[in-house]
Ligand binder design. Sequence first.
Ligand code: BEZ
Length: 393
Amino acid sequence: MQSKFRKNFLIVSATIATLVSSTGALAQETPIKVGFMLPYTGTYAAIGNNITNAFKLYVSENGGKLGGRTIEYVSVDDESDPSKATENANRLVKREKVDVLVGTVHSGVALAMARVARENKTLMIVPNAGAADLTGAQCMPNLFRTSFTNWQPAYAMGVHAAKKGMKKAVTLTWKYAAGVESTDGFKEGFTKNGGTIVKELTLPFPNTEFQPYLTEIAALKPDAVYVFFAGGGAAKFMKDYAAAGLKNSVPLLAAGFLTDGTIEAAGVGGAPEGLLTTLHYADGLKNSKNDAFRLNFAKTYKTQADVYSVQGYDAAQLLGAGLSAVKGNIKNQDEMIKAMEKAKIDSPRGAFTLSKSHNPIQDIYLRKVVGRDNQLLEVSVKGLADPATGCKM
Ligand code: BEZ
């Protein structure tokens, strides 16, 4: 016969167990909240939209769920403005209580966002910004990047230019982390292989008054000009470069952001035609994932996919890999991180894995603008990993 105490104890334990398992089940039924912090206005607006759309495309291809959990979204327009970044990220984490931060495009904004992710231990996936420190000195277990470091495509172009026999180059960019790191990356690849940088020109972001710089380039007569520009400003730069009469006299080289998603605005068959760039994506890549992705993206959004949509799609794939491993339990962050670290992402750019610092190890392609496309010429560097300087994890 059971004592009264033991009987009551069993009833209480059973009730607690039911409560715990039903709240656990309830937690699993509530949606995962994804906080998009991306630019939806300004020179990088189209980039933010393409990342958002492609992320959502992957989720909808998977029935609106990742790891068995419904995905819900909250968005903030970060305006590519670093001075508003901390407040915007805090709003998503503290007020909206998002489970994961996805952002952003602008390196300076991303660096501030990462500090908020660190303080709050929030999972953060970077679908564009190439700032070295994100997976370098500021690397952390809860931060992953599905894009690139600014160094990766730039370094490859520097090596290519020198190998083509170009000796003297001028660099020109917006003066902020992405531009400076990109032109430094070009310089490294170029000078290691015998080239010299004769002038480093910069202008404030997102200024598009290029004329004085074009006049200076014409006077310097270098063998090549390397630039970092992206989004709306990149389209304007290509038009101005051609209008200044430089296109046929001084080869224009760039990281592929110059011509990705910008050919239409710069004039198909005009200013961008024939430009050579390096990037981790090209329009005509032949793999079944890319074919399916491009078709679905174009059907859904009535516009062509570009590198930014690939990065957004892969951010959702990486989140999905983590959530599947923990059966949707995003609170099990340690296990989720381990699974994300081991993930092999079947990307439209070609499959990639992540380095120890959580940045893609990926092929860099040499591309040429032909009509509306950034056509693949060759693999410029195979499996390029960023040096991840200063990352201790
Ligand atoms: C950046 O700020 O890191 C960036 C912005 C646009 C294109 C590529 C990089």
